[in-house]
Design a protein around this ligand. Structure first.
Ligand code: PRX
Length: 652
């Protein structure tokens, strides 16, 4: 954020009431919301038990709502269910049978629609194919695919047979795939020959081949979906085409029920230290909360076309393209490619052509559209829209107002939803028919979710004072552990305050009880809503033979939210100008090779040494001030930055 934007966050006092017309038809009205809060407060376990019984299809009912032995939670124990049944089978005996489940558009313009019946049939065929490959309950399956319907089918096929999927975002490099596949000890990798992005073919299988060439001994098979027809290398004993795997399989598959706590998936995300961590989510709790939040917050109606623009490689896509919408029997739109291909109006064009009603995207995308110009929006009729959402990073009020005015025509409520990979689903958000919104605030925690802002000793801070965002009570869709690393789970999330979840964000709560998220207080950088650890980028840089030391910090960026700045020391000291230029390119490429294009530094600065504490810790806060052009220790100009700086210091 620029200085003026931060100041405007601090001064932000505009309030927008839900439009009367919207409020009148909302799934959750004021009375219902109050009743939900009251019920959750009076008897939290009773509240969750009632919802779990009403919302999920249980093969075997659960016996106990919650076992909470901090930091370990077990929800709905004794119960058995199948996530793919929640998403598909349950709709087949209703009027939704022939309703569109997924409306898909490829970047080149190809289109497909799968009804619930058709999606069910495809998932069954794939589940049968997986079984034939020897995949069963508890086996880990890594998925590295473009945004095609088969990606959703792969998730649901795994869920159907109790295999644990681990989706790897298509923008990650071979080295990043290898780390994740090895940590999960995946038996199978599902990929595609390629995927389209800005008119080009991304060679996905090539990346998988490279990842597997130097490791991943647990992988027995690779299933390859033919998307682009680009040439691929083929390893006879290992590779098989998706179409060969499913061709002779039956469209019937009797789904087995699994325990409520059976792991549904692992999703790797960046943390404060070390390698990415495998966040583990369990079946029933995740199913319940993604189902409820999708219906409450996006106000889903039977006839809606709902579009979340995220990639299924991230948690947003898991929860709000696949599992949440499908459990509700919604029509979920899926788009493969870039927002500005072939032109910067692709999103608006999609909204107009498909008459999209609910649109959920990220602040970074909104800021990019603002930059590309209103003429691209003006070409399209967006009157089908009735609700807008944002996620992934704080939204600056200017972007919020533009979204409200230009995209929402001042008639659509905006839900600014705060959550994380670890939380499984949205925890802070307006209820669109009830909550007055303030640009830049996610407003209030949802019923049953106990969020607070505390100081370094764990005491609640006063109104408008900055502090750490924590969650005081367990909730059903919380992560259960870090895969194969209980110690990291404990230390990272519950190590600071006994039995209380530490989110890693700085926040303040205003006099109306509205939460304002200020950003990460740990070494996580949020680039275009993508979460990256400074440590990962630093170790990528240091693995280059000429680099001695590296420190990576964020710099505010008008479009991406944050950009990556790397301070690097070299063998033999600071380079000459020509050499520096050459090395910058080389190091950038090296980071892309090691992690992926999303981690490419915006700036690389060579230096003779890095500032360190007496104990030898790199003082990243100081470097961040330098990268941002801020005066260190100057608290007068940027209140937000100084509060965050203080929190970061407290966090060290
Ligand atoms: O810093 C917060 C920011 O994104 C982080 C979580 O990142 P990730 O696990 O990748 O999940 C992103 C999608 C759920 C949070 O710790 N964040 C997410 N949503 C918001 C946000 N910051 C401010 N406002 C939001 N609405």
């Amino acid at each position: 954020m620029s200085t003026s934007e931060i100041e405007s966050v601090l001064k932000e006092d505009r309030t927008f009431e839900p439009p009367a017309e919207f409020a009148g038809q909302a799934n959750v009205d004021a009375d219902r919301l109050e009743a939900l809060y009251a019920e959750a407060k009076a008897d939290p376990e009773g509240f969750w038990a009632r919802l779990a019984k009403e919302e999920l299809v249980w093969e075997k009912p659960f016996e106990k709502t919650l076992s909470w032995e901090p930091p370990f939670a077990r929800w709905f124990e004794g119960g058995e269910l199948n996530m793919s049944v929640q998403c598909l089978d349950r709709h087949l005996t209703t009027s939704r049978k022939n309703k569109a489940a997924i409306i898909w558009e490829g970047e080149p313009g190809d289109k497909r629609t799968l009804t619930y019946q058709q999606l069910h049939a495809e998932v069954c065929r794939f589940a049968n194919g997986l079984k034939r490959l020897g995949i069963g309950k508890g086996d880990r399956v890594a998925i590295y695919m473009p945004m095609v319907p088969e990606l959703a089918i792969a998730l649901l096929g795994c869920a159907r047979i109790g295999a644990v999927h681990s989706v790897i975002f298509g923008g990650f490099s071979a080295a990043a795939i290898r780390d994740r596949v090895e940590d999960a000890e995946a038996k199978l990798v599902i990929t595609a020959d390629g995927g389209y992005r800005r008119g080009k073919v991304l060679p996905l299988k090539e990346q998988v081949d490279a990842a597997l060439a130097e490791g991943c001994p647990t992988v027995e098979d690779v299933v390859v979906y033919k998307r682009c027809g680009n040439e691929v290398s083929w390893f006879e004993n290992r590779d098989r085409w998706w179409h060969d795997v499913v061709n002779d399989e039956s469209t019937h598959h009797e789904a087995e029920a699994f325990g409520a706590e059976h792991p549904l998936f692992i999703l790797y995300t960046s943390g404060t230290t070390g390698t990415p961590k495998g966040v583990v989510h369990a079946t029933a709790g995740y199913a319940l909360w993604t189902k409820l939040t999708t219906r409450w917050i996006f106000d889903l109606k039977e006839e809606d076309t709902y579009w979340c623009t995220a990639d299924i490689g991230w948690i947003t896509g898991h929860s709000y393209i696949v599992y949440g919408p499908l459990q509700n029997g919604a029509t979920s739109l899926m788009y493969e490619g870039a927002p500005n291909w072939p032109q910067p109006d692709r999103f608006w064009d999609i909204i107009e052509r498909h008459a999209v009603n609910i649109f959920y995207t990220a602040p970074t995308a909104i800021r990019a559209f603002m930059k590309w110009g209103e003429q691209w929006v003006d070409r399209h009729d967006l009157s089908s829209l009735r609700l807008l959402g944002t996620v992934g990073e704080p939204i600056n009020p200017e972007a919020w107002m533009w979204y409200h005015r230009k995209i929402g025509g001042e008639r659509c409520p905006i839900v600014d939803t705060w959550w994380q990979t670890e939380t499984g689903g949205i925890l802070i958000s307006p209820m669109p028919g009830v909550t007055p919104t303030k640009p830049g605030s996610g407003t209030r925690p949802l019923p049953g979710i106990d969020v607070a802002v505390v100081d370094k000793d764990g005491n609640d801070v006063g109104d408008n004072e900055g502090g750490f965002l924590v969650i005081k009570k367990p909730w059903p869709s919380m992560l259960r552990t870090v895969y194969k690393n209980e110690a990291r789970f404990k230390a990272g999330y519950f190590g600071r305050f006994e039995g209380i979840y530490f989110a890693g964000d700085g926040a303040r709560k205003d006099e109306d009880g509205y939460f304002w998220i200020m950003g990460r207080i740990d070494d996580v950088i949020n680039v275009s809503g993508h979460r990256l650890g400074t440590m990962e980028i630093e170790s990528a840089l240091v693995s280059h033979p000429q680099v001695t030391e590296a420190a990576v910090v964020p710099r505010p960026d008008d479009i991406k939210g944050q950009a990556i700045v790397a301070f690097v020391t070299l063998e033999g000291g600071e380079p000459s100008d020509t050499l520096a230029h050459q090395l910058r390119t080389e190091l950038s490429e090296h980071v892309v090779q090691e992690i992926g294009a999303l981690a490419r530094p915006a700036e690389i600065r060579f230096t003779d040494g890095l500032p360190k504490t007496r104990s030898g810790k790199i003082m990243r806060r100081l470097l961040a001030d330098i990268a941002a052009g801020r005066q260190s220790g100057d608290t007068s100009t940027l209140e937000d930055a100084s509060v965050l700086d203080k929190l970061r210091k407290d966090n060290e």
